[in-house]
Design a protein around this ligand. Structure first.
Ligand SMILES: Cc1cc2nc3c(=O)[nH]c(=O)nc-3n(C[C@H](O)[C@H](O)[C@H](O)COP(=O)(O)OP(=O)(O)OC[C@H]3O[C@@H](n4cnc5c(N)ncnc54)[C@H](O)[C@@H]3O)c2cc1C
Length: 378
């Protein structure tokens, strides 16, 4: 209904790539994180990293439906670490450069990110500022021909392997939202340091880093847009980031339910297959129903985006639903597996670990609820 033959052909090529180039390596990458330069180069060669971006910079110049297809298909990856790493490259660290960056920034950073020649990360969160982005303390103070960057960032996905960061910093101490700049920070600048590779509960196949900046000289041309409007630009970029969670969640929920149904069909308990228990079948059907509602909200958002409408409220609603649903389904499906579900050999245990972050990262559930309340006017 929403996807034509060209979208479906694109879907088949992403699916083939996930089946051949990603899923066979996932167990190994859970042990030692995915090699992003190698993986992204392959994806860049196939045009997967710049679906919507301008062909002038190597992008596909395609619509939001193609982007949705990509995000749905990477949801089939056996673990959410790699799909998160990919979404950082496509939907979290590059949209602001594409929308607000200069020609220089597009040629120097966007183009290689689309080609898979550079890995990028989005650096907003700090040890004392996550949900409250306004509280960030990292400073970028303008000097002659550069901004002097001092501070730290934490929980940065792809941070260990990144060639550049899209980074939010304070450019002065003035009150209000007009005192921030969003910068492209190459990680080979003097004074930059990956201070720690973080050890996480889940998303083991992606790297997450704590970063430190000591008198880093960021060239003035690496500023995205105006050096007072970075906060506003990042808020817009967050909409791309949050949307990226939705299609992959629908896919992962569908996959978890499918693997659980298979298990329930063959597991005999009290003399009969577990699938014969009505209470379990009803729970599965309820999740399928809620997942379909999330999918339809996702497609509604895509239609609105295609028409250029503001989707902040709808994306916040979708992100909230996605985080809640995926955690509930992962935990519930593990429960239906019984003891074996708690064993690392079972994929459901990885989904259980990985899904927990979805209600925290990219804006916690409570932050989504705040946005929705504000837009509703109470
Ligand atoms: C694996 C992982 C990857 C990440 N990747 C990145 C990345 O690539 N780049 C980046 O910049 N950041 C990244 N983050 C950071 C992530 O976006 C933040 O962790 C998240 O925004 C929450 O911020 P916080 O951890 O500081 O929690 P806090 O802001 O301290 O909030 C703690 C909890 O308080 C509750 N809360 C918050 N606000 C309210 C409120 N208004 N009302 C009621 N309750 C509230 C929420 O439940 C929240 O979880 C990542 C985090 C993780 C764990």
């Amino acid at each position: 209904m929403y996807f034509n033959e060209t979208h479906e052909a694109f879907r088949a090529s992403v699916k083939k790539f996930v089946d051949k180039e990603i899923n066979p390596h996932m167990d190994e990458w859970e042990e030692k994180t995915a090699p992003l330069h190698d993986l992204f180069k392959k994806m860049g060669d196939l045009g997967f990293l710049g679906v919507r971006y301008d062909p002038k910079y190597g992008g596909g110049g395609l619509d939001y439906w193609f982007e949705t297809v990509l995000l749905e298909e990477i949801g089939h990856i056996h673990g959410m670490g790699v799909s998160t790493a990919i979404a950082v490259q496509t939907n979290m660290a590059t949209p602001a450069i594409a929308s607000f960056g200069s020609e220089y920034l597009k040629q120097t950073y966007l183009k290689p990110a689309i080609a898979g020649d550079m890995v990028c990360a989005i650096a907003v969160t700090e040890p004392d500022a996550g949900s409250d982005v306004f509280a960030i303390k990292t400073k970028a103070i303008k000097k002659d021909g550069y901004y002097l960057l001092n501070g730290s960032k934490t929980y940065i996905t792809n941070g260990v392997q990144a060639d550049f960061l899209t980074l939010l910093a304070r450019t002065d101490e003035a009150e209000g939202y007009h005192s921030f700049g969003l910068f492209v920070v190459p990680t080979d600048l003097k004074g930059f340091q990956v201070s720690k590779k973080l050890d996480k509960v889940g998303l083991k196949s992606s790297d997450t880093a704590e970063l430190f900046f000591d008198e880093v000289r960021v060239p003035v041309e690496n500023l995205i847009g105006d050096d007072r409007e970075g906060f506003i630009i990042q808020m817009k970029q967050f909409q791309h980031e949050r949307f990226a969670v939705l299609p992959g969640t629908c896919t992962a929920v569908q996959d978890m339910i499918a693997m659980t149904v298979d298990y329930l069909r063959q597991r005999i308990v009290f003399g009969r297959p577990l699938i014969t228990k009505q209470v379990l079948r009803h729970r599965l059907s309820e999740w399928i129903t809620r997942n379909e509602a999330l999918r339809q909200l996702t497609y509604h958002i895509v239609r609105m985006k295609e028409e250029g409408l503001d989707v902040t409220k709808e994306i916040s609603m979708g992100k909230l639903l996605a985080g809640q649903l995926i955690s509930e389904v992962a935990s519930g499906c593990l429960q239906m597996h019984g003891g074996i579900g708690f064993m690392n050999e079972m994929l459901i245990s990885r989904y259980f670990r990985d899904s927990r972050i979805m209600s925290i990262g990219a804006g916690a559930d409570e932050v989504m609820l705040e946005i929705i309340s504000r837009i509703e006017g109470f």
